[in-house]
Design a protein around this ligand. Sequence first.
Ligand SMILES: Cc1ncc(COP(=O)(O)O)c(C=O)c1O
Length: 384
Amino acid sequence: MINLFQPQVGDEELAAVEAVFKDRWLGHGPRTKAFEAAFGEYLGVPPEHVVFLNSGTSGLFLAAEVLGLSEGDEVVLPSMSFLAAANAVVVRGARPVFCDVDARTMNPSWADIEAVLTPRTRAVLLLHYGGYPGEAASIALRCRERGIALIEDSACSLGSAVDGRRTGTFGDLAMWSLDAAKVLTTGDGGMLYVRDPELAVRARRLAYHGLVQSSGLGYARVSHRWWDLEVPEPGRRLIGNDLTAAIGSVQLRRLPEFLARRREIVRLYDQELAGLGGVERPPALPDGQEASHYFYWVQMPGAVRDGVASDLLEADVYTTFRYAPLHKVPAYGQTGRILPNTERASEETLCLPIHPGLSDDDVRTVASCLRESVTSRTTAPQAG
Ligand SMILES: Cc1ncc(COP(=O)(O)O)c(C=O)c1O
């Protein structure tokens, strides 16, 4: 089976885990600090603004919490977002308001966002689809002008940039998922960036029970009663640990290698699929933009997309569509909305396998299966 995603972990990650075992310090500790520092440096932000968490979802929930979202507030997000983004809003009692996207890039323009702003809009929660930065820079400016907070769901976009500036650093808060499918993985994990220094301190506190001092041993050096609790407000336990941070630090060093291979795969797909009638490849990146290439997506007539996915599965090639529109999910209360581009794109788009473990031959196999399936389904009478 040629899989959609596949983590790239090997001897270096294993050696890092072995070192943690030898030190017998598995929980939150020096390796977590080192990973946060390296991640902050990669982003070009101070390390104390970066918090390593147990998942990207925790990052979304924490972002919504530190912004103080509550009943009566609205948060604008593309309907084509991961469901955890909407969940993070809904559990605060706030209302997710879904916006449309460009049917080719699947990113929203400012006009898409502006169309659904109301006086109750407190935040915009932006996704960089497949790692394409889209209008992140200008959307951040417009949000700032209007006093609307911007959260960047950067789960897809570690490695993406606009004129050298990393995605996730345009808004007020950002999170990255480091789960097993992502460009960089710690198995499970997430990273949160908080621009405001006070909110950053608060986010770190809320990620560990709400405690002001989270390290017993460290605190013992500055207080004679290090077991006393200081809890300005209750929190949860959302922190990462040294075992997964050790893997993350190795992965971060290897990130340029992962990104380079992804770029090669994109070039190869582009070459192999060129001239395939009825199939659109991902649009070209605008000048100055870099993408993580977390997804490679193709678009084709909706009448054949599902059948093509089945043919590929039969041929041991796993494809999928991300992200199924949230305005169609009754739990979010907006099934009456019509978002034409989102609806069309969600019927016409298919995400193909892309990860650095794919060989050139794998890519050619996927491309030729796709070519064969699309050709037969667009020229022959429809099969079921
Ligand atoms: C766009 C997006 N946001 C958030 C998440 C949630 O991240 P995690 O799986 O680390 O909780 C994911 C995970 O797939 C995602 O794709």
